[in-house]
Ligand binder design. Sequence first.
Ligand code: BES
Ligand code: ZN
Ligand code: ZN
Length: 490
Amino acid sequence: MRLIAKKESIYDHKTPLFVFGVFEGAPLPAEIKRIDSSLNGLISEKLKIFDAELDKAVFITSPKKSFLAVGLGKKAEFDLEKLRKASASALKHAREANYREFSTNLHEIKVKGRNLKDTTIAVSEGFLLASYNFTKFKTVDKDKVKSVAKAVFLSKNASQVQRYIDEAVVICESTNFARDLVNEPPCSLVPAKLAQIAAKVARENKLRIRVFGKEELKKMGMNALLAVGQGSANEPKLIVIEANPNAKERIALVGKGITFDSGGLNLKPTRWISEMKQDMAGAASVLAVVSAVKKLNIKKHVIGVIPTAENSVGSNSYRPDDIIKSFSGKNIEIINTDAEGRLILADALAYAETLKPDKIIDIATLTGASIVVLGYFGSCVCGNDPSLIKQLIDAGNYCYERVWELPMWEEHREMMKSDIADVRNVGKGKGFEAGVITGAAFLENFVEKRHWAHIDIGATAFKDEETHYFTKGGTGVGVRLLINFLMRKK
Ligand code: BES
Ligand code: ZN
Ligand code: ZN
């Protein structure tokens, strides 16, 4: 879908469909009044019975022109997220009604404390994220898939608006790229395939990349990553992909890349095993963010560190009771093979540490416990640097990929100590207490010196149902969050 800004008045502009917003109980928007009178009050008549609730919309058609009025809800409660949702709703209504193109002024709606750039990006996100679909495996009726090819943003400041749109396009294409990776079935997206895709991303964006295979990982002592992958015929890889290696500030992004999480010998029950292709969503978002750094003119050295493996059941699977010497030198006692994400991250974090970044952020579908904490409405964050965490919270609030901090206390750290090795991969107790925090407390052992934050996207990486600008499947969560974080001044 193409988004284009045009400097034309709504009144003179020709379009198959014009999309505008209305607030609950508010009078007809001023810019629509002139058109309304030229249509003898057709629009205002139709809007009398429209309650303007968010997600609702009404078509107003006349021989001359067609309109789609989208509900914005109550003016006092309006914010950027509601604008994203209203835009998504507009896109879906237009698509359903078989429009291939529409024009709009939704980006001109005033949002308290926000400017034209914010609103333009929010509207673009609503359109572009809602228009995503994953159809590559459909062979029947593929031609019946409806799509809108073009949206025109009418504005007095068209050249500015176009610049904002272009930024949003990069952000949304990256998000949709991450969604594609998550949605790809695990028989196809094995670790080697992820590495191939990363190499393609590197080629296309002129990024530096190194991929370490099994033999190199053995030499390096990446035994935790190797252990998780050893039950699968699809061998693990470590992908290191970098943008702007000469920039001053260096940030390492570490993404969990389990291409399928069966649980290993601690096999997941049926209800939990399906959809575990999503377990590489952290890796997907890291790869997508690194791919966008240069396009967005982010002047930071961003290093994506992606450990990737398949957690499978096989005659050589690692076991509960195994003790593994990790890359850091610390010995890990395996309590449960389903707590595998933290193992591959342990090696990747310790490796990232050798690159001496100023900050390390890891992002992972680490726990089901994160669903218990916040429902499906946000991700959990833990770390050792309050200012880094504050920046992530601010970035998340802005783009509505919200993160909420959980504490790590001495008692939590204590839970991760092993009686016979250095650390254990599941906390002492019944194994579920403080699941998110103990996951983070485990990881903390492998990032001794750096400013570090850990984002648990176990609740937010995948949707069972379509909602607003999310489609069913991978959400691409973390992409907009981390891009916003990287683009922030402070
Ligand atoms: N990949 C899962 C976590 C997960 C579950 C992500 C549901 C998304 C949705 C992870 O590897 C896992 O299995 N974690 C265990 C940890 C436990 C064994 C300590 C969990 O959450 O149950
Ligand atoms: Zn697991
Ligand atoms: Zn997992």
